[in-house]
Design a protein. Structure first.
Length: 188
């Protein structure tokens, strides 16, 4: 009798387990593009739906994403505001790389809506600082990395920053999505 009772309980638990799995599979959420607003609401972009929103690593970052959503290697995409001139910010980004040559850096300027967008691309050995550039901690040098960044400058001088940093091939694979996102920029 105990043996029969054990079999019945095991069968019920097995069925319950299968229905939970079926519910989880049936209720999987479809990836949805997320609207990112930052800089006190002055800036708004729609992040690609394959990007995963994560808590920012630094208090200086308003929003942060990782691409792809899972895995040890990923592109870190950050949204922030800051002071300083366009040149100072571009120089800061370039200086986050070791031994950058002029051919390793590309800049472009374009108008999107009523904003001037400065696009910066840098490739080389990235100096990843645990606390970020304003609160440096231990540094790791990461070869074959790339930065794709945009400084969005509004007519009133306010600047919004979007920066994608990661393994070179991964950043390049996401370049079109990054540029399409920028093209959809809306100033609020």
């Amino acid at each position: 009798m105990r043996c029969l009772l054990s079999i019945v309980i095991a069968s019920v638990l097995c069925c319950l387990g299968n229905s939970v799995v079926a519910q989880e599979k049936g209720s999987e959420k479809k990836a949805v593009a997320e609207v990112v607003k930052w800089g006190g609401g002055k800036f708004s972009l729609t992040a690609p739906e394959t990007w995963k929103s994560v808590p920012p690593k630094s208090r200086m970052i308003d929003s942060e994403f990782r691409v792809p959503a899972e895995g040890d290697l990923f592109v870190r995409v950050t949204f922030s505001t800051s002071g300083g001139s366009i040149k100072e910010n571009i120089d800061r980004w370039v200086n986050q790389f070791d031994g950058v040559k002029p051919e390793d850096t590309k800049t472009e300027k374009k108008e999107i809506g009523k904003a001037t967008v400065h696009i910066v691309e840098v490739a080389g050995t990235y100096k990843d600082m645990a606390g970020g550039p304003m609160a440096p901690g231990p540094m790791k040098k990461l070869p074959d990395y790339r930065l794709l960044g945009a400084i969005i400058e509004l007519a009133d001088g306010t600047k919004g920053f979007v920066k994608a940093t990661g393994p070179k091939d991964m950043v390049l694979a996401n370049r079109d999505a990054f540029m399409k996102m920028l093209d959809g920029f809306k100033a609020n």
